[in-house]
Design a protein around this ligand. Structure first.
Ligand code: GAR
Length: 203
């Protein structure tokens, strides 16, 4: 199976949704590592529950992003990780990590990008008064929520909807959409790889 590392900083409800799906269905991938930049984050308890190995670090203990990213890359390579899935990892990815994982890092974001990138997309949508928002899954580049869009699902905001309600409705879209899109990306990438190998061996 293709090995995926999930990166998360917070509660880990997306991590949990991914794990539930991976355990219930026969997919082309497994979650082989959780990378977390917040010692004490709730997502770490969830990793323990599913017995997923974790790599936790505290960015404050490093002078440069490249230093902790080098450690992450080493950890990913030791574990033969092929894909990185950002599930609430609230940090920009630098070239140290981007270069060896080119086109293999995806992110989920609770807005219809390019609207409301960065932190608190739900609050930004409510403050602006838009009537429609949604969820975006995209490839990660060096920018803030700027990479090529893979999938989006929209959601109509109710009259006077509370933040909690909107957040919860967006998250239930995320929990359904993310495992499905990861599966389809990885299975088509694996098929493409097999096709190229076959072509190479017959020419
Ligand atoms: C998710 O809603 C995710 O889309 C968002 O953080 C939340 C993490 O929740 N990510 C971003 O805003 C990225 N810019 P979770 O820890 O419960 O999965």
């Amino acid at each position: 199976k293709t090995k995926v590392a999930v990166f998360a900083s917070g509660t880990g409800s997306n991590f949990e949704a991914l794990m539930d799906k991976v355990e219930l269905e026969s997919l082309d991938y497994c979650v082989a590592l959780l990378v977390c930049d917040k010692p004490g984050a709730l997502v770490l308890n969830k990793a323990a529950k599913y017995q997923v190995p974790v790599f936790v670090f505290d960015p404050k203990q490093y002078n440069f992003k490249s230093e902790f990213e080098q450690k992450i890359v080493k950890e990913l390579q030791n574990r033969h990780i092929d894909w990185i899935v950002l599930a609430g990892y609230m940090r920009l990815i630098g070239p140290t990590l981007l270069t060896p994982f080119q086109s293999k890092i995806i992110n989920i974001h609770p807005s219809l990008l390019p609207s409301f990138p960065g932190k608190d997309a739900v609050g930004q949508a409510l403050a602006t008064g838009v009537k429609v928002t949604g969820v975006t899954i995209h490839f990660v580049d060096e920018g803030m929520d700027t990479g090529k869009i893979i999938e989006q699902e929209s959601l109509r905001i109710h009259e006077k909807e509370s933040r909690e309600s909107l957040q919860q409705r967006l998250q239930s879209i995320e929990h359904r959409l993310f495992p499905k899109i990861i599966q389809s990306l990885i299975s088509s990438d694996n098929k493409e790889g097999a096709f190229l190998n076959e072509k190479e061996s017959t020419t």
